[in-house]
Design a protein around this ligand. Structure first.
Ligand code: AMP
Length: 463
């Protein structure tokens, strides 16, 4: 049976509501496979990279299992190689367990253990920790392990790269042997296989590695654009080129897809040349749109990732990623729509300053750097509206903090007052932050663009 909704899992209302609050509409492939197996209490060997949704894949069944606050000792342990990952996992626990009373502590080195010990003393249901700090707390008598029934090793390959094997072995010695184990790793080589053989019991192996080979088949390019409006201008330009005969435009959200569709049907094409599919469209409408696109009656299909799963069209000339997907595996799925059956396709991605972060992660997954091209001269580059700029800078700060929890942020909204002076100083900081966030790769041949507005030559009128 296909799992297209979280409601199909045996998860309780508290968890489903938290999932809905996060805006997850459909489980990712690793979630579809892992959640039922883990709920069945089997050991799991998951081969999945960051970006696939693996964290929620193991957290949801785990939270379901430990359900509500109980006693003082932890009943689940999640080990992560770095404090950054530990913090990220802890954040996911907070978000997913928000409607429960479950308590957890995140324990990592690099700072004194006082607060962590205080939290432990108040009683916790789960511990998220780096191996070294976990053992320190255990040895100090601050961590009682006898009630641990679930162990998750996240990024196990990285743990081994970082030389944590002795600590992991030590931890396995001090936790109860009767427990469920889940091991996640981005790669599955000899060492991970040995480790899984050592501590997993008849695990179910679940693999969602993206096929890097698809990436080789497709001619990929990135355009760096400053804002939404410029993305729209660029989209119009690309879609009105002669070679863009059958194009899928991917958007991250339903709203974004709907806005793109409206723009295209109002300004660029006759309405019957474009279709849009997303989760809010009925099943029949989606099927009809897809058929029309497959048969070549429709030139452009605007789609969200969820809606586009399973589209199999052999002759897509272009895939345009209007937004960078946050589930990185989706990038590979998206570009795999073109370049099928030995045809060379073109995959174009629009990237703003705040999306660069995700592109770097995608490039790591596909193991290649996607070439960047300057926006064609005919395309109008519009000024970024103040609010949009703020939102992007805030996102860039957030990303930096994710990578480095000690990062204080180049941009602090609360410091700015809503006065003329406040706005001037804010603008100065915005400029400084922007400069810091921009990457040298984007240097345009021929120097910077003139700031004044320019009309796109392909504008005006429907085709
Ligand atoms: P992970 O691979 O666990 O690091 O997750 C990657 C990103 O995907 C995180 O930002 C999650 O919040 C997000 N995510 C996880 N599951 C889903 C889902 N089912 N739908 C949409 N986003 C998700």
């Amino acid at each position: 049976m296909d799992i297209t909704s979280f409601d199909q899992f045996e998860l309780n209302r508290q968890l489903l509501n938290a999932v809905a609050d996060l805006g997850y509409t459909e489980p990712t492939p690793i979630q579809q496979k892992t959640i039922p197996i883990s709920l069945g209490n089997h050991d799991v060997l998951g081969i999945a990279q960051t970006g696939t949704g693996k964290t929620a894949a193991y957290l949801l069944p785990l939270l379901m299992k430990i359900k509500y606050a109980q006693g003082k000792n932890p009943r689940a342990l999640i080990l992560a190689p770095t404090r950054e990952l530990a913090i990220q996992i802890s954040k996911a626990v907070t978000e997913l367990a928000k409607y429960t009373d479950l308590r957890h502590v995140v324990a990592y080195g690099g700072l004194g253990p006082k607060t962590q010990i205080e939290t432990l003393q108040q009683g916790v249901d789960m511990v998220v920790a780096t191996p070294g700090r976990f053992m320190d707390l255990y040895r100090a008598g601050e961590l009682v392990t006898k009630d641990i029934r679930t162990l998750v090793l996240d990024e196990a390959d990285k743990m081994m790269d970082m030389g944590f094997m002795p600590q992991i072995r030590a931890i396995l010695e001090v936790i109860p042997t009767k427990r469920q184990n889940l091991l996640f790793s981005a790669t599955f080589g000899g060492r991970v296989e040995r480790l899984s053989g050592e501590f997993l019991e008849a695990p179910v192996k679940i693999e969602v590695t993206p096929q890097a080979s698809t990436a080789d088949m497709v001619d990929q390019v990135i355009y760096e654009v400053p804002n939404f409006r410029t993305k729209i201008n660029l989209l119009e330009h690309l879609l009105t080129q002669d070679d863009a005969q059958r194009v899928i435009v991917f958007a991250r959200t339903k709203t974004s897809a709907e806005n793109i569709y409206k723009f295209l049907t109002r300004k660029v094409f006759e309405p019957n040349q474009v279709r849009v599919i997303h989760a809010n469209k009925g099943q029949n409408t989606r099927i009809n749109s897809m058929e029309a696109f497959k048969e070549g009656n429709v030139r452009v299909l605007v789609a969200t990732d969820v809606a586009a799963r399973g589209i199999d069209v052999a002759e897509v000339s272009h895939v345009i990623n209007f937004d960078v997907p946050l589930i990185y595996e989706d990038y590979v799925h998206r570009i795999g729509r073109t370049g099928r059956a030995n045809r060379t396709g073109r995959a174009i991605t629009f990237v703003t300053m705040m999306e660069n972060y995700h592109v770097e992660k995608i490039e790591r997954i596909i193991r290649m750097t996607v070439p960047r091209q300057p926006v064609p001269a005919e395309v109008e580059i519009t000024e970024t509206p103040f609010d949009e700029e703020q939102e992007m800078l805030r996102a860039v700060d957030e990303q930096r903090r994710k990578e480095d929890p000690t990062f204080k942020g180049a941009f602090h909204e609360k410091k700015f007052k809503n006065t003329a002076d406040g706005r001037a100083s804010q603008l100065a900081k915005v400029k400084a932050a922007k400069k810091a966030a921009s990457r040298p790769k984007s240097a345009r041949p021929g120097g910077p663009r003139p700031a004044g507005p320019k009309r796109s030559s392909s504008r005006g009128g429907k085709r």
